[in-house]
Design a protein around this ligand. Structure first.
Ligand code: ATP
Length: 223
C-alpha cells in the first residue's frame, strides 16, 4: 500500500536562475503523475556540468520567491546544506529515509540528463529508491545509451498512473510543454541589458536587479 497524499515528484536542477520552463514543467508533472507535491531541489555543486554563476543562497531565495503561495510546490534545500558535490543518489537516500518505504516518489529527469544517466554515481540504484520519470517534448523519443536502454526495459510503465501504486522501481516517459527558455539565455539577457520579462516571475527579476546578479546591466545604459 502506498500513501497518495504523501506522494511526490522530485525535480532537481541548478535553477540559475529559475524560469517559467522549470515552473511550467512542475505544474504539468504534478498533473500527469497525480502526485501531492512537487519538490524542487537546487544543487549546491552539480557534478556533471559547469558550476552555477550565482551563490546557492541566491538560487534558493529565487526559487522561494518564484513559488510563494503555490501549495503543491516545496523547496528542499538539503543539497545546499550538505555542501560539496550534489550527487542525486545521496539526496534520494536521505529523502527516502525520511519518507519511509511506502510513499511513492518519482525523480523527474529532462531528456538531457537521461541521455547521460550512465555517468551518474550509482545510477543503477536510482530505482531502488524512486521511480524515474523522463520529460520529453511532443513527438520526441529520448535518446539513451544502450546500457541505460537495457537496464530500463523491464521497468517501463505503460502509463504514469501506475507509479502511484508502487513506492519505487518503475520508469515512465511523460510529455510536457517545453517552453523555449533556458537559464543560459536568461543570464545573457541580463548581462546585455535586455529584458527577461514574461520568461520568469517578476519577483525573481526584481531580486536579480536588486542584487545586481548575472552582471545585470540597466537597459537604459544601452546605446
Ligand atoms: P542552463 O541553461 O544553465 O543549462 P536550464 O535552464 O537548462 O539551465 P537547469 O536548472 O539546468 O535549467 O534544469 C533543471 C531541469 O529543468 C532539467 O531537468 C532540465 O531538463 C529542465 N528544464 C530546463 N529548461 C526547461 C524548459 N524550458 N522546459 C522544461 N524543462 C526544462
Amino acid at each position: 500500500m502506498t500513501c497518495p497524499e504523501q506522494s511526490c515528484a522530485i525535480f532537481g536542477g541548478t535553477f540559475d536562475p529559475v524560469h517559467n520552463g522549470h515552473l511550467r514543467s512542475a505544474v504539468e508533472v504534478r498533473e500527469a503523475l497525480g502526485v501531492a507535491k512537487v519538490r524542487l531541489i537546487p544543487a549546491c555543486r552539480p557534478p556533471h556540468r559547469d558550476q552555477p554563476a550565482t551563490a546557492p543562497a541566491d538560487r534558493l531565495e529565487m526559487l522561494k520567491l518564484a513559488t510563494r503561495g503555490i501549495d503543491y510546490i516545496e523547496i528542499d534545500d538539503r543539497e545546499i546544506k550538505r555542501e560539496g558535490k550534489s550527487y542525486t543518489i545521496d539526496t534520494l537516500e536521505s529523502i527516502r529515509d525520511e519518507a519511509g518505504t511506502e510513499v511513492s516518489m518519482s525523480l523527474v529527469l529532462g531528456s538531457d540528463a537521461w541521455a547521460i544517466l550512465d555517468t551518474w554515481r550509482d545510477w543503477q540504484r536510482l530505482t531502488d529508491l524512486v521511480h524515474v520519470v523522463i520529460l520529453r517534448r511532443a513527438g520526441q523519443e529520448p535518446d539513451e545509451p544502450e546500457v541505460v536502454r537495457t537496464w530500463s526495459r523491464a521497468k517501463l510503465a505503460e502509463n504514469p498512473a501506475a507509479l502511484q501504486a508502487h513506492a519505487h522501481g518503475l520508469i515512465c516517459r511523460i510529455e510536457v510543454t517545453r517552453l523555449d527558455i533556458s537559464a543560459t539565455r536568461i543570464r545573457e539577457l541580463f548581462s546585455t541589458g535586455r529584458s527577461p520579462d514574461y520568461l520568469m516571475p517578476g519577483e525573481v527579476i526584481e531580486y536579480i536587479r536588486g542584487k545586481g546578479l548575472y552582471n545585470y546591466r540597466r537597459p537604459e545604459t544601452l546605446c
